[in-house]
Design a protein around this ligand. Sequence first.
Ligand code: PMP
Length: 437
Amino acid sequence: MSGLYARERQSVSCMAHLRFFPQAVVGGSGAYLTADDGRRLLDFAASWGAASLGHSHPAVRAAVDRALSDQAGASYLSSANEACVLLAEKLLSLVPEQARGRVWFGHSGSDANETVARMVIAATGRSRILAFDGAYHGGTVGSMAVSGHPAQQGARADGLTLVPYPNSYAADTPQAASEAALAYLDKLFETEIAPDEIAAFFIEPIQSDGGMLVPPDGFFRAVEERCRRHGILIISDEVKVGLGRSGRFNAFEHSGIEPDIVVFGKGLGGGLPISAVVGPEAIMNHAVAFSLQTVHGNPVCAAAALAVLETIQRERLTENAARTGRVLRDGLDALSRRHALIGDVRGHGLALGVELVGDRASRAPAMRETALTVYRAFQLGLVLYYVGVRSNVLEFTPPLTLTESEAREGLAILDQALADVAAGRVDDTLLADFSGW
Ligand code: PMP
């Protein structure tokens, strides 16, 4: 496995995770990437690269081509172009009634979450924010300030309070996990912070980077009820699991809640950088003070996003995520019966996680084996990545266009990779200084 991107050349990159993928990608089509030696790689980490529709989707290519030839000069004032207006109208139609006010466009999940944090504080006059332990809302200072992931400890805001996200696998039962998290929240309100100082609660309807944690039934309804009682806004971060990936268009729909503000990113642009905050006018009007970045709302990215949303609807990709996700899920459950490393399989649609453990009784995290599985899968032709606050959860977020046979192909590779890791057949020199996140 030599080539342009060999191990020694990676020193030019700051991205530690490239140790697992020591080859450059030179192309891609559908669910496959092409590496620089011509190898085809099945991409089960498409959400990291924002390839919601797979690689080189014709609808995205056509929209971008058109926008580049017709409209590229139209960004004389950010967002003042037809593609952006149409995209805003489309996004407004996809969120709950109370969020149907206005739309702010950014480039990434990070800038969207940063902007929304500033807006809710300005709009409500309240200075505190709630978020979950383990929540990843971005990598800029402002979005890290409202995050709870271990990768982001350096920049927490003074006004941030973190509460536990219920972890059904770590607890005895989902219900016990839910009750403990709600009890924590209630005690916090009674003894530590006045709820009427809290502007908003950032939620991830499935906590993805924290470990693909699926909230227990009823948990978010109970959170919503508390937020309504205290006038706390709910911001649903749909950046990774939204836009059809979970088998529902918005991932919060699984919980039956109606957030006040919805944040979209990653796959929204089908590979191009665009994010969006959608919320009520009274809050969104404060965006004006924080707006106007040079190329946000540019017509090329907006056209790509419009094509993505239209394609999701036209090709019924939300339904495909549910159906193919079921095949993947059943296959992962079957693997868990044969591989002792697998402690838990969870998720919805094409947002799935597999937690690897050293032994099932103690549920001790198998961090090193997780990294080795990622690397071995890559060698065998499957791109996977890991998440989890303990770096021991394999994440499955393939393109929404995934077919059943591609799902089965990925499962077969994973099966082999897990067997090779368990038998000690994987070279671990790449992991010499590996310590998780
Ligand atoms: N929110 C969530 C839920 C995410 O998963 C991520 C990225 N992992 C972000 C926000 C940040 O998005 P970006 O990397 O585009 O800034």
